[in-house]
Write a protein that binds this ligand. Sequence first.
Ligand code: FES
Length: 155
Amino acid sequence: MSNSVTIMIDGKKVEARAGETILKAAERAGIYIPRLCAYKDLIPHGSCRVCSCRVNGRIQAACVQTVAEGMIVENETEEILAFRRSIVDMLFVEGNHFCMFCEKSGLCELQAMAYRLGIAAPQHPYLEPERAIDLSHPDVYLDHIATFLGVESPR
Ligand code: FES
């Protein structure tokens, strides 16, 4: 059994390692697929969907979808770019993200992704959820997980 498979990404032939994700195969081939939740030190979990590509006709998250022989991946199509813009747009409006008032402006991956995708302003209305702020951890500032899970933030 071969340890490599051949896939096509935007019409380019890519040699991939059996069992690796589309995202990893693309990286090794010098093809950029946008991502937000895929980090080298985290287990891939496919939560943000920004890496979505059309794979053999279906939308799939490239960070968790493993390669298969003959796979056809569409990454840079107008349809996929619009899909990613919509996802990033929804992340902005559901999370109280206002770049011009945010102290992280200029050091924010969500903001950078919005610029990369050409989002000047969200297309959806802001949801403005009220969320408790959890400052109990010295390194992490949580403003939504506890509320989302329906538990009280520690004081
Ligand atoms: Fe977030 Fe793939 S990078 S789902």
